[in-house]
Every structure is written in C-alpha cells, then in structure tokens.
Design a protein around this ligand. Sequence first.
Ligand SMILES: Nc1nc2c(ncn2[C@@H]2O[C@H](COP(=O)(O)OP(=O)(O)OP(=O)(O)O)[C@@H](O)[C@H]2O)c(=O)[nH]1
Ligand SMILES: [Mg+2]
Length: 455
Amino acid sequence: MKEYNKAIKILLLGAGESGKTTIIKQMKILHINGFSQEERQEKKQDIRSNILEGIVTLTQQLDVLGVPLELQENQAAKDYVLAINPEDFTYTQEFYTYTEQLWRDPGIQKVYSLQHKFQLIDCARYFLDKVEEVGQPDYDPSVQDILHSRRRTTDIQKIEFEVRVPKKYGGGSLQFWMFDVGGQRGERKKWIQVFDGIQAVLFLVSASCFDLVIREDQETNRLQESINIFKSVWHSRFLKNSGFIVFLNKQDILKEKVTSGKCIGDHFPDYSSYRLEDKDRVADEDQEYLRTRCFIREKFMAISKEEVKAVERKVTPGGPLILSDEGPRECYCHFTTATDTNNVRIVFEDVHNMIIKWNLEKIGVPVFQDYTNTTYFIMGSGKDYDYLIKFLALGDSGVGKTSFLYHYTEGVFQQQFISTVGIDFREKRLTHRRKEGGPPQGVHLQLWDTAGQEK
Ligand SMILES: Nc1nc2c(ncn2[C@@H]2O[C@H](COP(=O)(O)OP(=O)(O)OP(=O)(O)O)[C@@H](O)[C@H]2O)c(=O)[nH]1
Ligand SMILES: [Mg+2]
C-alpha cells in the first residue's frame, strides 16, 4: 500500500488501435531496459501473424471489391492464401514466397489503396514490405519492428519506471506506474477497475482514422468513436481529480493521408468552416495537414472546456492573489507519432513535467502563472489563511518572482531586473472577508522570495 501511494499513476486510455501499447513499448525503450530475448521472440510471433492477417485480408478483398490480379501466374498464390486457416497455421517458406509475390501484384496494391473500405491493421504495409527478411529462419526483430507490431490488448498491464525530476521542481526522481488497457468496446468495461488514484490520463487518439469505421460494428466512424469515449471519461466522476493529456497520435499516417488528397471534410462537414489560426501555422508544413490536425484537436479541446470551474488562476497586474487551491481541470494536447522514439521522448519530457506540476498542486502547492505567462509556484503554509500565511515563490531565474511580489505588496511596478540573492520576504496585511459570512478577519501575508539562479 505504501508503494502504491508513493508512485505516480498514469493510465493510458483510448479506442482500439489508437497506440496505447505502443506508448508502453516506448517507455520500456526510454526508461527500462528495452526488450529481452524472450520478449523479442514473442514479438516475432506477433509480426508473423500481422503478415498473415494483412495478406489474407487483402487477398479476400480482391473478390469483394471486384479487383482482378494483374499477373495470372499469381493465381496459385491467391488460392494458397485463401485456403489458409489462421487458427491452425504453420509458417513455411512457401507462405513467405507466395505472400511476397502477391504483395507485389498491382491488383493487391490497388486493393491496398482502397483500405478505407475494409479493416486492415496499420502495420500491414510495414511488414509486407519486409516479408523476405521476416521469413528468414534467423530473423530477429529490430526495435522498429517491435514498435510496429500489433497485438490487441485484452487485459490490464502495468509497467513501472523512474523519472528524474528537473531541478526547478525540486530534483530527485519519481516512481511512475503506467497502466495499459484494451481499447475495443468489449474491453472498456474493465477500465473502471484502474480509475482509482490516477494522477494523469493519457488519452490516445488515432488522428488518422477520420475515414475509417470501427472493427466492432463496422459502422461507427473511428474518430467519432474516439470523441465519444473521450467525452465519457472526461466527465467520469472517478477521474475528476486526474489531469488529462490527449495524444493526437499517428500524425505520420494523417499527414500522408491528407497530402495524398483525402479530406476530413467528407466525414466531418463542419470542417469546411474551420479556419487555421496564425499561431498554429508551421513554416514549410502542408497547410491542409495543419488545418486537419488542429480541427481534430479542437474537437477534443471543446469537450475539455465544457466544464471549467470558475476559479481564475491567472495573476494579472493589480489583480487579486487567489488563495484557493481548487482550480479548473487541465487538459493538454500533443501531436504524436507513437512509433517514433524521438518524438515520444520529446513529448514525454513535457508530460512528466506536467504531471510533476499537477502532483505538487495536489499536495497543496498552488501553481500560478504570472503576467509574463511563466509558470511558477507560490507555496502556501495551509488553508487556514485567516491568520498568518507564508507563501514561498519558486521558479526559474527571471520569471518575475520579485517583480510580482513587489507589485503585489507595493501596488507599483519596478522596471529593473535585480537578481535575488538568498531569501527575502515582503509583507502585506489584508482584511479577509469570510465566504460563509461573519466578521472579517485580519490576514498577515508573508511572501517569501527566493533566488531562481542555480548557484
Ligand atoms: N504509423 C504509425 N503506426 C502507429 C502509431 N501508433 C501506433 N501505431 C501502430 O498501430 C497499431 C496499433 O497500436 P497499439 O499500440 O497496439 O494500439 P492499442 O491502443 O494498444 O490498441 P488496443 O490494445 O486494441 O486497445 C500497431 O501496429 C502500432 O505499431 C503511429 O503513430 N504511427
Ligand atoms: Mg493495446
């Protein structure tokens, strides 16, 4: 129990195939020791069945979609693949040879280009392109292969790892527990088992799936399903105290889709009136892709704004110092490619800091933003602010701790930047009006200023 309380618990949620397990694999690469020989052997089995599933699906669709094979000599390969029983199959060299032959046939390539009409795993092309290599008896999957392999999650998994805390948040390290769950409809009833005590939910969205329907009913739009799930978990009372970070994942596939001419507006008509804001423009990036990804982000952010508690935290010059530690729930968004370790590393630096910040808030450290929009902490000594309250201003050098405290106590700005050395304090006496009525009480504030520079 003690251990459980110590660790920061992160829960991965999202629809099936959104990339949750891929994030777990990345955490293993980044924070644990990668994959053991035994795990690699296990993944080899998954990769083989990914190839099997890919080629069987594509070959079956030849007839469904009325697309003929272009090369007559591939008929024997087609017959062979259609006769496979995936439940009881031994992988032979013949299988790999036929698969490679079929995959190169322009007929199969035509079917592949129509994949929005049927259900195909995302990694089909990745592995079909390397059938020959996977078919070798001594094939050992690379890290990239493992990241692309697909196996549906059917139980709840947990990994543990440690993350170093940046100096500005106190240094040391923190223990993280990350939970993975299955995202398909039948799996979601298990989610509630892990909702308790979760500090942060990472909600994975397959942003590229705007033109696909879900496997479960072959009818509901995949992106819409994801939006619906997000709405229900965001409003779940069991997750009221959890921070949310949305990963708009599969950006690589989304970009490829949009730049090859697919339009989200064919599935979400409100796209036509959506305009890309200047702040979201990125130099040398395809404008339609940027517009699409921001439109998707807007769909999720709109839900997260549906319920914002009326506590304003932004400290404006001359504005009130807010004493409540109860704040709006925060939801952040990242564009990710879960199969790209470098991308995940960068995104997670932000995520860890976010979580550490939330964690500090939970133990009674309100986090403020100053008027330069830089986040720093003012640490209260407790909720009993009818009497003496001590606040401690922490934050990087130059964020404005001294200016803020000076301005707050003196009511005027001090223009020059004087780096604080050691610890200093300013005082202010106020009359505090009790929320519940009764006589106002005198409050004595002590605002302790600290030096943000490292030395
Ligand atoms: N190209 C690409 N593929 C991705 C990305 N993220 C995940 N995938 C692939 O998508 C497939 C599904 O990913 P998983 O991580 O298994 O999805 P999941 O959310 O765990 O799915 P369930 O376990 O069914 O809930 C795998 O083949 C991944 O390699 C991405 O950003 N880009
Ligand atoms: Mg999974």
